[in-house]
Design a protein around this ligand. Structure first.
Ligand code: GRF
Length: 211
């Protein structure tokens, strides 16, 4: 359908964020369509989730191409062939090269399980626990050449409790991820996102910190 934003979702694992995007699309709160899911892991449960909803899946394993740039060129080709307008990283465990970034300028979103710029990289929840913060959360941001450094679109905060484990904190954060990622995509679909340098301005919204 012409008015639906065409998404390509990249996964490596469980795919619960993918599921939440699918659910929001199916209940009509996200005006988008997932044209393709790409996984770099043959065992990713997200593949099963996509197939259940009849979404085409492409598997491109890390070792399939000889270097990172070739891998990213193949990703770009697959996404372009499928008419993708916005790329969604949903637990995709790879750093993208400039080949990819240049092909989709300001059109790649990621979700990170911490309040950036705190605790970038892997194990954001563990880093937060070990540091002893009282509040953590999640961040949807555009992807740039750094690791979790791109302009921030939406953040949501959760409390950290004294008896939290990495698992209990991750579960509390994940619940918020599932809420704000579809919301950020919908804002993009509605053309409400404006990027000014490091800042993302959302039209008609004064604050986009969701607690
Ligand atoms: C999430 O915690 C996300 O923030 C991080 O990777 C995890 C992916 O989870 N980037 P899932 O595969 O969507 O369940």
């Amino acid at each position: 359908m012409a008015d639906l934003l065409k998404l390509g979702v990249l996964i490596s694992g469980n795919g619960s964020n993918l599921q939440s995007i699918i659910d929001h699309i199916e209940k009509g709160s996200l005006k988008a369509i997932i044209n393709i899911v790409i996984s770099n892991n043959t065992d990713a449960y997200g593949i099963t989730r996509a197939k259940k909803h009849k979404i085409p899946v492409v598997i491109l394993k890390n070792g399939d191409l000889k270097n990172k740039e070739d891998f990213d060129s193949e990703l770009v080709k697959t996404l372009k062939d499928n008419g993708i307008e916005l790329v969604i990283l949903a637990g995709f465990m790879r750093i993208l090269t400039p080949v990819f970034l240049k092909a989709f300028p300001h059109k790649i979103m990621n979700i990170h399980p911490a309040l950036l710029p705190s605790f970038p990289g892997i194990h954001g929840q563990k880093q937060a626990l070990e540091y002893g913060v009282k509040i953590s959360g999640c961040t949807v941001h555009f992807v740039d050449e750094g690791v979790d450094t791109g302009p921030i679109i939406i953040q949501s905060a959760v409390q950290v409790f004294d008896d939290d484990t990495e698992e209990t904190l991750a579960a509390r954060i994940l619940k918020e991820e599932h809420r704000i990622y579809p919301q950020a995509i919908q804002l993009f679909a509605e053309g409400k996102i404006e990027i000014k340098g490091r800042k993302v301005l959302i039209k008609n919204v004064r604050s986009n910190c969701h607690r």
